[in-house]
Unconditional design. Structure first.
Ligand SMILES: O=C(O)CCC(=O)C(=O)O
Ligand SMILES: [Fe+2]
Length: 341
């Protein structure tokens, strides 16, 4: 067994070789699927290595993302995020406050007190009726030439990885390997490019509680998280302490979201995480350099009805939740998180 990716305060996040699920023999496939499910059931998080998304693709997407965030703020605001139903476009620093609260007025209070130091661009499925993506303009000879192609290609690769991780979960649960396929084939997912600007170290000293991204759980089935080498991601342990989730090159951090936890009748955990001041002193003196990450939020098809999975309850009375429509659930959660209007 591989050394854990993260270990501390009762939190153990496994590092799993995903090629053993995709290309291994039957025993390797089964053992890997079980390890993946076990990671989601215990930590709610796993790290995957040897995924089909190459180092080159990933590096190119990060470079392209950095180019995007160098655009002037007015250019970015011209394709700003609009509504939870669309969930596409640019969010300037301070717009979204990810939090556990679902009451809009409470979220507002917190957002105004200590805004997150980050900006993001949300990209959804192309062709969703009524919700076109909000793309930056690409001039033929401009810096951003090819942006849309790069991002949609990455979107599709992540979409395929979602399907494969769900197959691993199905195998781990003893379900038909394709059980989830018809629940996730549409790709109602969101690609979020994230930029945490360089920040003076003093900001963290002066404002206790200042973070780069506030504590929250994700909403959907799973999130594929690609982080650069800066660090600062933390995951809440079962004892309530935040533990550093160190960057490991060429791995993808995968965490279960609230809807998968609900779907699994709470046998899978959706674990709280946040992004704080990086743990290591950087060479740049008084300033923490920028951090870039990319989160790909996977969801069951918005038309899916989500209710306790077979094998997660013995009798009807053990079902903890009512069935729910995936799309409605996600819009509800996003409505509480973003400042609308
Ligand atoms: O930037 C990161 O590492 C985490 C981002 C995150 O958790 C989110 O956007 O939901
Ligand atoms: Fe998150």
């Amino acid at each position: 067994m591989e050394k854990a990716a993260v270990q501390g305060d009762g939190l153990v996040i496994p590092l799993i070789d995903f090629s053993k699920f995709l290309d291994g023999d039957e025993d390797e496939k089964l053992a890997t699927a079980k390890a993946i499910l076990h990671g989601f059931q215990t930590a709610g998080f796993i790290y995957l290595k040897n995924i089909p998304i190459t180092h080159q693709t990933r590096a190119h997407v990060f470079d392209t993302s950095a180019k995007y965030f160098r655009l002037p703020i007015e250019t970015k605001l011209a394709h700003a995020w609009t509504t939870p139903e669309a969930n596409r476009g640019y969010s300037a620093p301070g717009r979204e406050k990810v939090t556990q609260l679902t009451d809009v007025s409470e979220v507002d209070k917190i957002r105004n007190a200590v805004p997150d130091i980050k900006e993001s661009l949300e990209i959804g499925r192309e062709g969703e009726p009524g919700h076109p993506n909000r793309w930056p303009a690409e001039e033929a000879d401009g810096e951003l030439h090819g942006f849309k192609t790069v991002m949609m290609d990455f979107f599709d690769q992540c979409k395929a990885l979602h399907v494969e991780v769900m197959r691993a979960i199905a195998v781990g649960m003893g379900l038909d390997p394709m059980f989830f396929d018809t629940f996730v084939d549409v790709g109602d997912n969101t690609l979020r490019l994230l930029h945490y600007p360089a920040v003076d170290k003093k900001v963290f000293q002066v404002n206790p509680g200042q973070v780069r991204a506030g504590e929250h759980s994700d909403y959907g089935s799973i999130t594929l998280l690609f982080q650069d080498s800066r660090g600062g991601l933390q995951i809440k342990s079962p004892n309530g302490k935040f533990v550093d989730a160190r960057p490991i090159e060429d791995t993808c951090v995968v965490n279960a979201g609230d809807l998968l936890a609900r779907w699994s009748n709470d046998t899978i955990k959706s674990t709280i995480h946040r992004v704080v001041e990086p743990p290591h002193a950087e060479a740049d003196g008084d300033v923490h350099p920028a951090r870039y990450s990319i989160a790909y939020f996977c969801n069951p098809n918005f038309t899916s009805h989500i209710e306790a999975l077979p094998g997660t309850y013995a009798t009807e009375t053990e079902k903890k939740y009512e069935g729910i429509n995936s799309g409605e659930y996600l819009v509800q959660r996003l409505t509480a998180t973003y400042e609308c209007g």
